[in-house]
Design a protein around this ligand. Structure first.
Ligand code: GDP
Ligand code: MG
Length: 291
């Protein structure tokens, strides 16, 4: 996972075989490496400044200590909240948002299987009514995961589909409703209205249930992903992120960028197109894998 960032950091460290080589050049190349890995200029600069300060203050004298310090700093950037889903009340609702093609529907399918594996009764809500194929795709995932789905015809009001899904969930004793949405961001006002309406329906129908709003980002889009995340988080009360496609060319640094900039926890990472290719995010093992 995220081998790009790993490779880049490894190069930065092998360039300085001994602690005596730990000079400005090292810090500059580390900063450059982090930027190359999609960490973003601002966050990279911040990380390197913290590392410099720590090395100086704590009189760190061995390369291994410097690496430990960097691990620690990266972890602190990533630990911005609980990476577990909050699923309180019955049913709990998880709304999945993000632009087209980032992996919303796929991630819902994978998540459905995980939750079912934990003994939960899951229902999928086909809230992307923009294209008929969207509900068909979600239905394929529902069948694969062996969970229920509520859908309507193409062009139906997403709020109406959600209302139906919540009624069905209440009647069937469902534990978790995973709600797919259409990924249109070209009209901010439109999206805001739609998400506002969906939120109001959930609050009205399930006043005591928890509501997660998961924003899905494509890990291969680098800094564009960060911009999307900033826009969405201004519109919707995003409670967690899913970063997908970390199996491909993604360098993984975007995970650090979004956590540090938006202070929203990454809850899952997508590492492939298959059912089992979704992992709960763990800052500790992510950093261990990097350095
Ligand atoms: P949506 O438009 O946001 O619902 O995106 P989809 O779920 O339809 O996914 C778009 C494409 O990305 C599909 O071809 C998926 O198979 C692919 N995809 C989703 N998640 C991952 C992932 O973690 N890794 C890889 N390699 N492909 C993914
Ligand atoms: Mg979709």
């Amino acid at each position: 996972m995220a081998m790009g960032l790993f490779q880049i950091l490894k190069q930065a460290f092998t360039a300085v075989p001994t602690f005596d080589d730990l000079n400005d050049e090292f810090y500059d190349s580390l900063e450059e490496a982090l930027i190359l890995a999609d960490v973003g200029a601002e966050t990279a600069c911040d990380i390197v400044a913290q590392l410099r300060k720590r090395v100086k203050e704590r009189f760190l004298g061995r390369m291994e200590e410097v690496k430990d310090a960097l691990r620690d700093i990266l972890r602190s950037k990533l630990e911005v909240g609980d990476s577990a889903l909050t699923l309180e009340g019955k049913p709990a609702v998880v709304l999945v948002i993000g632009v087209n093609g980032v992996g919303k529907t796929t991630s819902i399918g994978k998540l459905a299987k995980q939750l079912k594996g934990q003994g939960k009764k899951v229902l999928l809500c086909a809230g992307d009514t923009f294209r008929a194929a969207a509900a068909d795709q979600l239905e394929i995932w529902a069948n694969r995961a062996g969970v229920d789905i509520v859908r309507q015809n193409e062009g139906a009001d997403p709020g109406a589909v959600l209302f139906d899904a919540l009624q069905a969930a209440k009647a069937r004793g469902t534990d978790v409703v995973l709600c797919d949405t259409a990924g249109r961001l070209h009209n901010k006002q439109n999206l805001m209205n739609e998400l506002g309406k969906i939120s109001r329906i959930i609050d009205r129908e399930l006043p005591n249930a928890s509501k997660e709003v998961l924003l899905v980002l494509d890990g291969t889009t680098g800094q564009n992903g960060l911009i999307q995340a900033e826009q969405f988080s201004q519109i919707a009360g995003v409670t967690g992120m899913v970063v997908t496609k970390l199996d491909g060319t993604a360098k993984g640094g975007v995970v650090i960028a979004v956590c540090n900039t938006l202070k929203i926890p990454v809850k899952f990472v997508g590492v492939g197109e298959q059912m089992d290719d979704l992992m709960q995010f763990d800052a500790h093992s992510f950093v261990e894998a990097l350095i």
